[in-house]
Design a protein around this ligand. Sequence first.
Ligand SMILES: NC(=O)c1ccc[n+]([C@@H]2O[C@H](COP(=O)([O-])OP(=O)(O)OC[C@H]3O[C@@H](n4cnc5c(N)ncnc54)[C@H](O)[C@@H]3O)[C@@H](O)[C@H]2O)c1
Length: 327
Amino acid sequence: MKIVAAIIGMGIGQKHLEAIDNYKNSMVKIICEKKKNKIKELKIKYPNKIVTSDEDAIFLDKQINLVSIASYDQFHFNQILKCFKYKKNMIIEKPLCLNFNQLKKIYLLSKQNKNIKLTSNLVLRTNSLFKEFKKRINKQKIFYIEGDYIWGRKEKLFGWRSKIKEYSLTLGAGIHIIDLINWLTGLKPISVYAVGNDKITKNTSFKKNSLITMIFNFPNNILVKVSANGAAIYDHYHELKIFLENQTLVNSRMGSYVINKDRISKINANYPDKKNRKKLIQNFIDTIKIKNTKPLISLKEQIDLMTICFAVDKSVKLNKKIKIDYL
Ligand SMILES: NC(=O)c1ccc[n+]([C@@H]2O[C@H](COP(=O)([O-])OP(=O)(O)OC[C@H]3O[C@@H](n4cnc5c(N)ncnc54)[C@H](O)[C@@H]3O)[C@@H](O)[C@H]2O)c1
């Protein structure tokens, strides 16, 4: 089966294009971009592709069987609805959508359209270092995990992110770490209490919390702290500490280690390992092309992840612990 794809939005969408084009009989036929100057450049860079500002050119093209949605967050939901309507498989940048009602609708449509596949680009699952962590973890022995999404690119908050009413740093950043911890442990949280602040950004155009700290209760009496830190002066980093009964695994700006009672050893695996990120999209293409290919992330895992993120934001808003009701 030939994959004929289209991309909407050419920021991170550029990476989607590179992952799809020429991968196992796949090609990108149409690029949709809104910015005039980018359109001009794209036409020169990709003379053999259709470059348009009209997304309907994609949906009305019968050849297109995969749409990559890498537009701003507030457009994802309607573009997903169109993918269902016009029967296109879809890769959606995180977050899938911006509220729980939208999520319920997406879940319902996916159940009604089992032949249409969708995935969200949760790239930390392809990271060599975190794969190594996963191999070493005995989940019975974990008692505490700390994961910090340190954005290190504060200025990005002041662009399109500051203009979206329902934007949250949980959906924009924390989501990656929550997904990573769910995947590493094979578990999902029972409840969450979260708080946030805007101390560093309150006099800017970004009117939301630029720091959110979440405490999750996981099964097996595991406590998990996650922070989505958009305000830090730092490198862009996914810091992680996994505390097991007999050892601790660490990925930090200072390096990656396994700490035992009387020995600290460096873990030799790639981080941030950007070259492997395209594997998530390529695995998704395999699930479309090759029957019984196991997806790196299942539909239910994606729905559950979004449910968790909405519970976090509800907890911040209500300032109380929230039990997470999975769909
Ligand atoms: N998975 C990840 O690690 C990751 C990383 C970065 C961004 N993202 C997500 O990707 C999406 C885009 O973010 P970005 O960092 O690429 O932003 P960006 O501003 O760098 O680029 C977005 C581009 O898409 C275009 N665009 C936006 N909406 C469009 C629409 N409806 N139709 C056509 N073009 C449109 C814009 O003009 C812009 O050129 C967001 O949802 C973001 O959360 C995910």
